[in-house]
Ligand binder design. Structure first.
Ligand SMILES: [Zn+2]
Length: 87
């Protein structure tokens, strides 16, 4: 998987945090892992930015789903995702 935003200053901690951001958003992490992510997000501006983008995308998808938006919009939204597989 490619972390496009992290090619310049790739830090293991950031990579790990970003890999878990989705699970974190969905409350799928163990409490200890969630704490670690939360802690990292507050300490790391770049990851916090990424987290906010992911949160915004999640919200858009939720609204698009409710509004029964055309699938082209979903594709557009998904293409905005950074370094993440499309499910
Ligand atoms: Zn980070």
């Amino acid at each position: 998987m490619v972390e496009q935003m992290h090619t310049h200053h790739e830090v293991d901690e950031c990579v790990a945090a970003l890999h878990q951001v989705h699970a974190f958003l969905h409350n799928e992490l163990l409490e200890a892992d969630a704490d670690a992510i939360r802690h990292h997000l507050h300490a790391c501006e770049r990851c916090m930015e990424q987290y906010e983008i992911e949160t915004a995308i999640e919200e858009m998808i939720r609204r698009a789903a409710v509004a029964k938006a055309p699938s082209s919009l979903h594709l557009k939204i998904r293409s905005m995702r950074i370094g993440r597989e499309v499910s």
